[in-house]
Design a protein around this ligand. Structure first.
Ligand code: B3K
Ligand code: ZN
Length: 876
C-alpha cells in the first residue's frame, strides 16, 4: 500500500463550480448521473482533470456534450484522468452501483431496506467520479428518484425545491444546497421513516425547521435528541455568536453505521445509539452521549463545514476544535462548578485510558500527522481528544474572552475556505497579540510529554520554588523532541487546606496561577509564602501531560480532602490508589501476601460518606484506575497480576465499607419520574457503584437487593446496573434468569440487546469459549457494527484478564475476527485490529502469542489497506 505524505500536498488542478447529481435509486442497481462544471485552478500545476472513483462501474463520460472515447481518458482502480483538458469543461458522467452489496457502509449503502450515505473521508468516490478532496468545494443540486411505496422519504443537503410523482409508482425530490461544500459532506437518504419536527425561532428572529427522522416504531425516542439540538443551537449563538445558516436542519438515525454520527450539511446522519432514548431503553450515559454527539455534529456546521480542512492531515482542525466545543457545551448544560469538573474528569479518564496509550504505541501520530496509508485509521483519540486538549490549552493561554476573539477572527478570515491547523493558531495569536509559534509543536510532535516537578521551600526567606523539567518520549519516526509550550496551572494549599495567596513573577492569580513552561527546565518563584505549602499542580488538567511529582501520602491525603480544584482532588485519590495498585500487582507477581492499609480505606470511607460533595463527584472519585491505566504504568505488563491486585483492592474496600455502602445505596435513591439531569444521574451512579461493591462476594441479602432493583426499575440505568452487578458478582444463577428475562423484554430494541451482549463480554467470568457461544446466538451478527462492537470489541478491549488468557486463545480469537470483519467492513476491522497495539509490553509468554496472532493477520490474503496499516505498524 502507498503512504501519503503531508509534504506532497499539491493544489487541485481544477475547481468545481457546480455539481448536479441525479440518482435512480434501486438497491441492486442504482444509476448515478453527475454533471460537473470544472474550471482550471490558477494555483494548479497542470491541465489534467483528476477524478477519484472506486468500486463503481463507469457507463460513460461526456465532455462539453461530446462522448469521450476510451483513448481520451484513462481509467484505473482509483479513478479517471482526462489529460490536457480545456480551461472550462462540463463533464457528464454516468455510473452504476450496487448499494445492497455494500457492506463497508462507506458510500451509498442499504440498511434495513433504506438508503443512506457516508462520504467522509473518501466515500463520495464510491458514488461517482469526482475530485474527492476537501479543498474542492462546490454547490450541489440533487435529484432523487425512487419507488414511492418503499422509499416515501427522499432527503439530501440544503433545501427541498421540488417534488412530485413520476407515474410508474416512482416519485422524485430535488434538493439544493445554497452553500459550497466539499464532497465528504454530501448525503442522501431514501427511506421509509417518520419524523418529529418543530419550528424553532433563532435569536435573530428567523424561523427554522428542525426534524429528527427515525423508523416508525422509534418515534417515542426522539425527544431528547430534539431537545439537545435546540440547546446546541442556542448555545452556539450565545457562546460563539454563531447562527444556524440553513432554513432546515435534519437528523436521521440509522442502525448500521461505522461511527457515532456524521455532520453532512443540513442532513446529519446518526448512529441510532446517539439519537434514540427514552427512560425504558436508554441509560444516563446514553443520554449524555446523545447530548454530546448532537452538539458535536451541529457545531461542525461552522467548525468543519463553513470552514473546512484543506487536506486530511488537517483533520484535527475541525475535529479537535469541535470536540472542544461539544465538551464546553456539555459542561455549560450542567452549569455548576462541580458539574463542570465532573465532565473534565471524564475527559482526563478518556485521555489516560485511550489517548496516552495511543501516543506511546506503534500508531502514535502528531495531532497533525505527516503521513498515513488509510485516512480512516486516523479518526483517532489523538486527532479528536488530544486535538481538543490543544485547543483548550490555547483558551487557557489567551483566556476565555481572548479565545472568543480568536474564533471571531478565524471566521472573519476563513469563512467559506478550506484551511490548515496553522490558520487557526494564527487567528488565536493575532487576535490576542500573542506569540504562539512554539505552540505549533503540539501539532507537529507526537507523544505524551512528561513534566517532572521539584519543589523547594525556604522558611526563612518565605519563598517557594517550583522547578519544572519537560521531556517527551520518542515515537515512530520522531526522536529528540523540542520543548513544548505547556500551561501548568498551580495552586498552593496551606495547612488548613485553603489556597494561599500567590505572589509570583510573571503570573498573577488568586488561588491559581498558570505557569508557562517553554524551556526544557524552568524554575518559578513564589514569595511571601508563610508556611510550607502543599502544591496542587496541573489544576483542571491544564495540559495533556504526565505529571511526575514525588507526593507523600500525607500530601495526597491533604489534597484529597481539601483541594479547591475538584479535578486535582480527584487526581490525589487516583494517585493514592495507583501507588497501592502498583505495589499490590508487584506482590501478586512475587507471591507475597496482599494487604491494604487502613489509611487508604479511611480515605475512601470519608469520601463515600461526605454528603457535602456531589454524588457524581464521589462516584468518579471512588472508581479505581482501570486495569488498562495500571498497565500503562508498568514496564512489563502481567494482566493477570493486575486483575488480581485490583480485585483484591475492590474486595477489601467492599468488605471494610459494607455498612456505609448500604447506607449510600439507600440515601441516593431517586424517587419520582426518571430524569436524565446531572444531579439525578450522579445519584444513580453513586447508588449503582455502591450496589456493584455490595455484589462483590455477595450474600443472599445482596443478591436479593440487586434482583429487586432489576425487577422494580422504571429506567434502563438502574435495570442495566443491577444486571451488570449480578453478572459480575459471579453468582451465575442470579444472572442467568435476569439475562433471560432482560432479553425477552427487549428483544426488539437493538440498542438494548447491544448492552446485553456488552455486559457479558466485559465480565471477568466470560472466557473466549463463552464469547464464541454468544456469537452463535441468533441475535448476533458481524455485519452490524454496533453488535460487533458490543460483543467482540468489548471482549478484546474491555476484558483484559480473559482476553490475555495464558494459552493465547484470546489472541487467536482476535485474529479470526479481524480477518472475518475485514472481508465485510475494513474500517470496523481496523478498529478491532488496534486492540493489539501494546503487545510489546506484555510478559514474554504472552508477547509470543500476540506476535503470532498479528503475523497471522498480516499474512492473510487480500487484506484491506486499513487493517494492513495497523498490523504492519504494530509489527514494525
Ligand atoms: N466527521 C465524522 C467522522 C467521519 C469518520 C470517517 N471514517 C464524525 C464526527 O467527527 O463528527
Ligand atoms: Zn467531528
Amino acid at each position: 500500500p502507498q503512504t501519503i505524505y503531508r509534504k506532497n500536498y499539491t493544489p487541485p488542478s481544477f475547481l468545481v463550480e457546480s455539481v448536479e447529481l441525479g440518482f435512480d435509486l434501486d438497491p441492486a442497481r442504482t444509476i448515478v448521473a453527475n454533471r460537473i462544471k470544472l474550471v482550471r485552478n490558477r494555483d494548479g500545476k497542470h491541465s489534467d482533470i483528476e477524478l477519484h472513483g472506486e468500486h463503481i462501474e463507469l457507463v460513460g463520460v461526456r465532455m462539453n456534450g461530446k462522448r469521450l472515447k476510451p483513448g481520451q481518458y484513462t481509467l484505473s482502480e482509483h479513478g479517471l484522468t482526462i489529460r490536457k483538458a480545456p480551461a472550462k469543461v462540463t463533464l457528464d458522467i454516468e455510473t452504476v452501483l450496487a448499494p445492497q452489496e455494500n457492506t463497508s457502509l462507506s458510500g451509498l449503502y442499504v440498511s434495513n431496506g433504506n438508503f443512506f450515505t457516508q462520504c467522509e473521508a473518501e466515500g463520495f468516490r464510491r458514488i461517482t467520479f469526482f475530485p474527492d478532496r476537501p479543498d474542492v468545494m462546490a454547490k450541489y443540486t440533487v435529484m432523487l428518484r425512487a419507488d414511492k411505496e418503499k422509499f416515501p422519504v427522499l432527503l439530501s443537503n440544503g433545501n427541498l425545491i421540488e417534488q412530485g410523482e413520476l407515474g410508474d409508482g416512482r416519485h422524485y425530490a430535488k434538493w439544493e444546497d445554497p452553500f459550497k461544500k466539499p464532497s465528504y459532506l454530501f448525503a442522501l437518504v431514501a427511506a421509509r421513516l417518520v419524523c418529529q419536527e418543530e419550528r424553532y425561532t433563532l435569536q435573530s428572529g428567523r424561523e427554522v425547521l428542525l426534524q429528527v427522522w427515525v423508523e416508525e416504531g422509534n418515534l417515542d425516542k426522539t425527544d431528547y435528541a430534539m431537545q439537545s439540538l435546540k440547546n446546541s443551537i442556542r448555545w452556539d449563538e450565545q457562546r460563539f455568536g454563531l447562527e444556524l445558516d440553513l432554513d432546515r436542519f435534519m437528523i436521521v438515525a440509522v442502525g448500521d453505521f461505522n461511527m457515532g454520527a456524521m455532520e453532512n450539511k443540513g442532513l446529519n446522519i446518526f448512529n441510532t445509539k446517539y439519537v434514540l432514548a427514552n427512560p425504558r431503553v436508554a441509560t444516563d450515559v446514553d443520554y449524555a452521549g446523545i447530548e454530546a454527539v448532537v452538539g458535536h455534529e451541529y457545531f461542525h456546521n461552522w467548525t468543519g463545514n463553513r470552514v473546512t480542512c484543506r487536506d486530511w492531515f488537517q483533520l484535527s482542525l475541525k475535529e479537535g476544535l469541535t470536540v472542544f466545543r461539544d465538551q464546553e457545551f456539555s459542561a455549560d448544560m450542567i452549569g455548576t462548578d462541580t458539574g463542570r469538573a465532573v465532565t473534565r474528569i471524564d475527559q482526563v479518564r478518556t485521555l489516560r485510558q485511550a489517548q496516552f496509550p495511543e501516543d506511546a504505541g506503534p500508531m502514535a501520530h502528531p495531532v497533525r500527522p505527516d503521513s498515513f496509508v488509510e485516512i480512516n485509521n486516523f479518526y483517532t483519540v489523538t486527532i479528536y481528544e488530544k486535538g481538543a486538549e490543544v485547543v483548550r490549552m490555547m483558551q487557557t493561554l489567551v483566556g476565555r474572552d481572548g479565545f472568543r476573539k480568536g474564533m471571531d477572527l478565524y471566521f472573519a478570515r476563513h469563512d467559506g475556505q478550506a484551511v490548515q491547523c496553522d490558520d487557526f493558531r494564527a487567528a488565536m495569536a493575532d487576535a490576542n497579540g500573542r506569540d504562539l509559534k512554539q505552540f505549533e509543536r503540539w501539532y507537529s510532535q507526537a507523544g505524551t510529554p512528561v513534566v517532572k516537578a521539584v519543589t523547594q521551600y525556604d522558611a526563612a526567606a518565605q519563598t517557594y520554588h517550583i522547578t519544572l523539567a519537560q521531556s517527551c518520549p520518542d515515537t515512530p519516526g520522531q526522536t529528540a523532541k523540542l520543548p513544548f509550550h505547556i500551561p501548568v496551572a498551580v495552586g498552593l494549599l496551606g495547612a488548613d487546606g485553603k489556597d494561599l495567596p500567590l505572589y509570583t513573577d510573571g503570573a498573577a492569580g488568586q488561588g491559581t496561577v498558570v505557569l508557562e513552561l517553554t524551556e526544557a527546565t524552568q524554575t518559578f518563584h513564589f514569595s511571601g509564602v508563610a508556611q510550607r505549602p502543599t502544591p496542587s499542580l496541573l489544576r483542571d488538567f491544564s495540559a495533556p501531560v504526565v505529571l511526575d511529582y514525588d507526593y507523600s501520602d500525607a500530601e495526597l491525603l491533604h489534597l484529597f480532602s481539601h483541594d479547591s480544584d475538584p479535578v486535582n482532588r480527584w487526581e490525589a485519590g487516583q494517585r493514592l490508589a495507583m501507588a497501592r495498585l502498583l505495589k499490590l500487582t508487584a506482590d501478586v507477581g512475587a507471591g507475597a501476601p496482599l494487604a491494604l492499609d487502613a489509611t487508604f480505606i479511611a480515605a475512601q470511607r470519608a469520601l463515600l460518606t461526605d454528603a457535602t460533595l456531589d454524588a457524581a463527584f464521589r462516584e468518579l472519585a471512588l472508581i479505581l484506575p482501570s486495569e488498562t491505566i495500571i498497565a500503562e504504568r508498568m514496564e512489563v505488563v502481567d494482566p493477570q497480576a493486575i486483575h488480581t491486585a485490583r480485585q483484591f483492592m475492590r474486595r477489601s474496600i467492599a468488605a471494610a465499607l459494607k455498612p456505609e455502602l448500604l447506607a449510600q445505596y439507600q440515601a441516593n435513591q431517586t424517587p419520582g419520574a426518571y430524569s436524565p439531569d446531572a444531579q439525578s444521574a450522579g445519584k444513580r451512579a453513586l447508588k449503582n457503584l455502591a450496589l456493584a461493591y455490595l455484589l462483590i462476594a455477595p450474600q443472599a441479602a445482596e443478591l436479593e437487593l440487586a434482583q429487586r432493583q432489576f425487577d422494580a426499575a422504571d429506567n434502563m440505568t438502574d435495570r442495566a446496573a443491577a444486571l451488570a452487578a449480578l453478572i459480575h458478582s459471579g453468582a451465575p444463577d442470579g444472572a442467568a434468569s435476569a439475562l433471560k428475562s432482560y432479553f425477552a423484554d427487549f428483544e426488539h430494541e437493538a440498542l438494548v440487546i447491544d448492552k446485553w451482549f456488552a455486559m457479558q463480554a466485559g465480565a471477568p467470568g466470560t472466557d473466549v469459549a463463552a464469547v464464541r457461544k454468544l456469537m452463535t446466538h441468533p441475535a448476533f451478527t458481524l455485519k452490524n457494527p454496533n453488535r460487533a462492537r458490543s460483543l467482540i470489541f468489548n471482549f478484546c478491549g474491555g476484558n483484559p484478564s480473559q482476553f490475555h488468557a495464558a494459552d493465547g486463545s484470546g489472541y487467536a480469537f482476535w485474529a479470526e475476527q479481524v480477518i472475518a470483519l475485514d472481508a465485510l467492513n475494513p474500517q470496523v476491522a481496523a478498529r478491532l485490529a488496534r486492540s493489539m497495539d501494546r503487545w510489546r509490553r506484555y510478559v514474554p509468554a504472552l508477547q509470543a502469542h500476540m506476535k503470532a496472532a498479528l503475523e497471522r493477520v498480516a499474512g492473510s490474503a487480500s487484506l484491506s489497506n486499513d487493517v494492513l496499516e495497523v498490523v504492519s505498524k504494530a509489527l514494525a
